[in-house]
Design a protein around this ligand. Structure first.
Ligand SMILES: Cc1ncc(C[n+]2csc(CCOP(=O)(O)OP(=O)(O)O)c2C)c(N)n1
Ligand SMILES: [Mg+2]
Length: 565
């Protein structure tokens, strides 16, 4: 913990716990005490005190200024996901805040820890028509855990402290504060908020015992490990559980990598058989939404419907719509360790080796099938071939980010991370445009790791200008565009539904690599599958933002079974 009294020299107050300064000094001191090292922002006078607070802090807080507020908030959201300390975005009043709304909504959907501080028109002029006079909290309330105005500079520190505590506590999510300009620039001497212990909720032991008995009685169980397992710091407990109990597992979201790629109990590549023919699905740390068939498992290939158990980090997250055979909520390490202990007390020792073997033969068949496409020599390039070239070049600690439609769905199929906390996808909100913000965050959070940003050509258009931010802040990232000259994920369904498509084509073979070069990075366009590997090697060696623009086949769509509705 940073000692706030050392950051803000107390003037005239011998009290070591006092913080003396303007509102920005207070906010930065509290954020630093919560572990924040970087502030993401785009300039606006309403929030100058935050910058002054960052510059004068000891040590100074790093300021990363971007080209669109959505990038600032996506970067802060990704920081929260990667570091598990709430990310901090600072947005100027009015349009600054409204430009941040999509990524704030995304953070709410993904349970990402994120604190957004907004500027606000001065209180003393409120109602008289000053610049950008918008009352933000009502706009943000439906998509945040806390959304309010701090009306007095003396309350900035305690409010920011609360915003961090609320955002970082289960179930995590974004919080928002705005501070009227006249208060933000004003000065106060206040008592430093005392650091608080994280509250770890104990799961109900009776519920754990019931779930253990369901699991002990199951013949074909599957465990689904989601984002909140990583967010709650339960990744070690989850792998321990899987290995001790011998249950086959599928991972999703930030849960990917918890059971590492190629692990004998990871059956993501046989997901269809695992979900369709299991008799018990134990879902931990992820909602039972469209990604999990709304919580309906079993019922395929003559199998009866499966029982479903939901383990969540907090009560609000336990599914209200699914038909549950059991549920429990609490700290997910305690949930997993408690379930393991309860299972050990069961008289019947589960034996699932033939079920695991059946799924593993499905995995092997999947690997075989994937191999053909990963090696595809077709011209135009099949998007899978890009992953065939990328996978052997990825280090264990690589952070892989997806921002796009079909191109990113292929990534989800082929990239199986070997470490948790290294896969960033848009999550259930599915907001295009997160790419550059996420890449900026990943480069800063994991300074020595490979950072690979996979972009659809459509998605790229939503944030590519922030390559400028990568360049200015010396943040090397490898970007790969699957350039099918279309909004592919929308073009194919429209064709299917109407027999034609509109508003789905982009300009053919746009040179996005030239855009990156113009902004000060490097890049190249590839249209021969045999050249992809060497291009990626140059990108990894560049030591600068580098974009490989791969021209791909629009007639090779992702084989999609659901539109997500
Ligand atoms: C902000 C936002 N706008 C629109 C969409 C709808 N949408 C989902 S996927 C997609 C197409 C993405 O195209 P591209 O990035 O080129 O990837 P491709 O599917 O072609 O591989 C669109 C428009 C969305 N998810 N988010
Ligand atoms: Mg496309």
């Amino acid at each position: 913990m940073t000692d706030v009294s050392k950051i803000i020299p107390a003037t005239g107050h011998p009290d070591a716990g006092a913080v003396d300064g303007h509102g920005g000094d207070h906010a930065v001191a509290v954020a630093a005490a919560h572990g924040v090292r970087t502030m993401f922002t785009l300039s606006g006078a309403h929030v100058f005190p935050m910058y002054d607070g960052a510059v004068n802090a000891e040590p100074p807080m790093r300021l990363v200024d971007v080209r669109h507020e959505q990038t600032a908030v996506f970067a802060a959201e990704a920081t929260g996901k990667l570091t598990r300390v709430p990310g901090l975005a600072v947005l100027t009043a009015g349009p600054g805040v409204t430009n941040g709304i999509s990524p704030i909504a995304q953070a709410q959907f993904s349970g990402s820890p994120l604190v957004v501080v907004g500027g606000r028109a001065p209180a003393s002029r409120w109602g008289t028509g000053s610049l950008q006079e918008l009352d933000h909290p009502p706009l943000l309330a439906p998509i945040t855990k806390l959304s309010r105005t701090v009306h007095d500079v003396a309350d900035v520190a305690s409010s920011v402290d609360e915003a961090f505590v609320v955002s970082g506590s289960s179930h995590r999510g974004p919080t928002f504060l705005d501070v009227p300009m006249d208060q933000f620039f004003g000065r106060a001497s206040i008592a430093r908020p005392a650091p608080r212990e994280r509250v770890r909720v104990e799961p109900d032991p009776d519920s754990l015992a019931e779930i253990a008995s369901l699991l002990a009685g199951a013949r074909r169980p599957v465990l689904i490990v989601g984002t909140d397992v990583w967010a709650d710091g339960a990744e070690d407990a989850a792998l321990r559980f899987v290995e001790a109990v011998g249950v086959p597992a599928v991972t999703n979201g930030m849960g990917r990598g918890i059971v590492p790629g190629a692990h004998p109990l990871l059956v993501t590549k046989a997901r269809g058989a695992a979900f369709g023919t299991c008799d018990l699905a134990v879902v931990i740390g992820t909602p039972l939404d469209f990604r999990l068939g709304y919580g309906v498992f079993g019922g395929k290939e003559g199998a009866p419907a499966a029982s479903v158990v939901h383990l969540a980090d907090s009560e609000s997250q336990v599914s209200g719509h699914a038909d549950l055979a059991g549920s429990v909520h609490g700290d997910l390490t305690k949930v997993l360790d408690g379930l393991q202990a309860a299972l050990e007390r069961q008289p019947r020792k589960p034996e699932w080796s033939s079920w695991v073997a059946e799924l593993q033969s499905g995995v092997a068949a999947g690997v075989e099938r994937d191999g053909e496409l990963l090696r595809s020599g077709s011209d135009p390039i099949h998007p899978a071939r890009i992953y065939g070239e990328l996978l052997p070049r990825l280090a264990d600690d690589a952070v892989v980010i997806g921002d796009g439609g079909d191109f990113v769905s292929f990534a989800g199929k082929y990239v199986e991370p070997t470490r948790p906390g290294s896969w960033l996808d848009p999550g259930p909100y599915g907001c295009l445009g997160a790419g550059l913000g996420s890449a900026i965050a990943a480069r800063i959070a994991r300074p020595s790791a490979q950072v690979v940003l996979l972009l659809g050509d459509g998605a790229a258009g939503m944030s590519l200008m922030d390559v400028d931010t990568l360049v200015r802040h010396h943040l090397p990232v490898v970007m790969v565009i699957g350039n099918n000259s279309a909004w592919g994920l929308e073009k194919q369904p429209m064709q299917m539904l109407y027999g034609y498509d509109v508003a789905a084509d982009l300009a053919p073979q746009t040179r996005y690599d030239e855009v990156v070069k113009a902004l000060g990075g490097g890049g190249e366009t590839v249209s021969d599958p045999a050249h992809i590997g060497a291009s990626l090697d140059r990108a990894f060696a560049a030591g600068a933002p580098y974009l490989v623009n791969v021209i791909t086949d629009i007639d090779a769509p992702y084989p999609r079974k659901t539109f997500g509705v």
